[in-house]
Design a protein around this ligand. Structure first.
Ligand code: PLP
Length: 469
């Protein structure tokens, strides 16, 4: 694509397109990067640059770009039956087949699925179902849902209320009532004055404290991601989930495990719940479900909740026009079949995850890196001004954004959350491509360090300034 086409698209983009999670004005000034095609783990922009997509789109293109099988699944379904709903005692083959496949892959006690169009809608469904469940059970006062600060559960009103993203709450007006948040198990950010083990237990203890504060009789559910994704690829300390399980075993509340990112192989198992040995009552899913080729989400429902909804509930007044959309379901099914047939999830657990862990950890020697952590094919780097103390850069330097922009210019997509750099590449990445990712990351860190050091007054400059005062 010629330069003027890029400029024209950028102008139209600026004039008409309000992007998600974007400062519209500053994007307008800078202009968007125009991504035109993709193959494997690479995206290509309108200027012909090849960029290694270290984020698999938005944590979703698990199977990689360019899979013809998914295109064929979509086209043949669109020809056969492009749309029909399942509201009025109707169903269709792709939704049924996908439901069966999902329940086969999910933990044994999960045998039902409710389809949605996205992860946010899945979490709206969670809130509806959790409250419905307790009402059917004759305990309508069990309303409170406990989430976690800095958790992410989507951007609809219920999704952002369940999530614990303070900037979203500040803009969203009053959140949905009856939702409260406890501390997150973010050891590097909040717990370095104690061992990982102790910190993990303290964060789990916060759940019990909140249950007791609210009164067990008022608490409906606890919702959490196995590993916080958008919050910063936060792998909890090893002690965290076992301690949370102990707390949950004492009280009659539902467990909702948001698998939108961790599901479908990211951590080396089909679901994060399997990695951490959790028994969720509800699991919202999306993203990797279709590898992002078409939008689809859902909620996997455990027997306890499903049996109640089915046998005691009557009509559940909830659903979406696109619940179980035939083409989306057909693509998702084909995606799961390919992930399974090609042993992609096992390869993440047995080969690529451990390989990435080793290579990623090697970045910890870089002076800008306070911690390099990974699990499966998800990784994070904590950028710090002082490696010894873990002191952060001044916020005004926006070190994370700087590093992200330098990565992009250098041929790598990494995401930044504050000064935490994130990767979550397609699960089909090869060892060679992981090596390339590590090399590009190191280059970007070097360049980031050069720029940041230029911004920081050197000791002699401070001395000179003092003389002038
Ligand atoms: C992305 C995400 C969502 C929201 O999914 P959308 O499809 O963007 O609505 C919900 N939960 C988690 C954990 C996510 O990462």
């Amino acid at each position: 694509m010629a330069n003027q086409d890029t400029a024209r698209l950028q102008q139209l983009d600026r004039d008409h397109y309000l992007h998600p999670f974007t400062d519209f004005k500053s994007l307008g000034e800078e202009g968007s990067r125009v991504v035109t095609r993709a193959e494997g783990v690479y995206i290509y922009d309108s200027e012909g640059n090849r960029i290694l997509d270290g984020m698999a789109g938005l944590w979703c293109v698990n199977i990689g770009y360019g899979r013809k099988e998914l295109v064929e699944a979509a086209t043949s379904q669109l020809e056969q039956l492009p749309y029909y709903n399942s509201f009025f005692k109707t169903t269709h083959p792709p939704a049924v087949a996908l439901a069966e496949k999902l329940c086969q892959l999910a933990p044994a006690h999960m045998n039902r699925v409710f389809f949605t169009g996205s992860g946010s809608e899945a979490n709206d469904t969670v809130l509806r179902m959790v409250r419905r469940y307790w009402t059917i059970k004759g305990k309508p006062e069990k309303q409170w849902v406990i989430g976690r600060k800095n958790g992410y559960h989507g951007s609809t009103v219920a999704g952002m209320s369940l999530g614990g993203m303070a900037p979203m709450h500040e803009q969203g007006g009053p959140c949905v009532p009856g939702i409260t948040h406890i501390r997150q198990p973010y050891w590097f950010g909040e717990g370095r004055d104690m061992s990982q083990d102790t910190f993990g237990r303290e964060c789990a203890a916060a759940l019990e404290e909140r249950i007791l504060e609210l009164g067990e009789e008022n608490v409906a559910a606890f919702i959490a991601e196995p590993v916080q994704g958008a919050g910063g690829a936060i792998m909890p300390p090893e002690s965290y989930w076992p301690a949370v399980k102990e707390v949950l075993a004492k009280y009659d509340i539902l467990l909702v495990v948001d698998e939108v990112i961790c599901g479908f192989g990211r951590l080396g198992e089909w679901f994060g719940s399997q990695h951490y040995d959790l028994e969720p009552d509800l699991m919202p899913i999306a993203k990797g479900l279709s590898s992002g080729y078409l939008p689809i989400g859902g909620v996997l429902v455990g027997d306890r909740v499903a049996d109640t909804l089915i046998n005691e509930g009557g009509e559940f007044f909830h659903g979406f026009t696109y619940s179980g959309h035939p083409a989306c379901a057909a693509v998702a099914l084909r995606n799961l079949e390919l992930l399974e047939a090609e042993g992609i999830v096992d390869r993440v657990r047995d080969d690529l995850g451990p390989y990435l862990a080793k290579r990623w950890a090697s970045l910890a020697d870089h002076p800008l890196v306070g911690e390099a952590r990974s699990l499966g094919l998800m990784g994070a780097l904590e950028l710090v001004a002082d490696q010894q103390t873990g002191e952060r850069f001044d916020e005004s330097l926006a070190a994370g954004n700087l590093c992200r922009d330098l990565c992009f210019d250098n041929g790598l997509v990494m995401r930044s959350v504050g000064d935490t750099m994130l990767i979550s590449p397609a699960l089909v990445i090869t060892r060679e491509e992981i090596d390339e990712l590590i090399g590009l990351t190191r280059q970007a860190l070097d360049e980031t360090a050069r720029r940041l050091i230029r911004w920081q007054p050197a000791p002699q400059d401070i001395a000179t300034q003092e003389k002038h005062v």
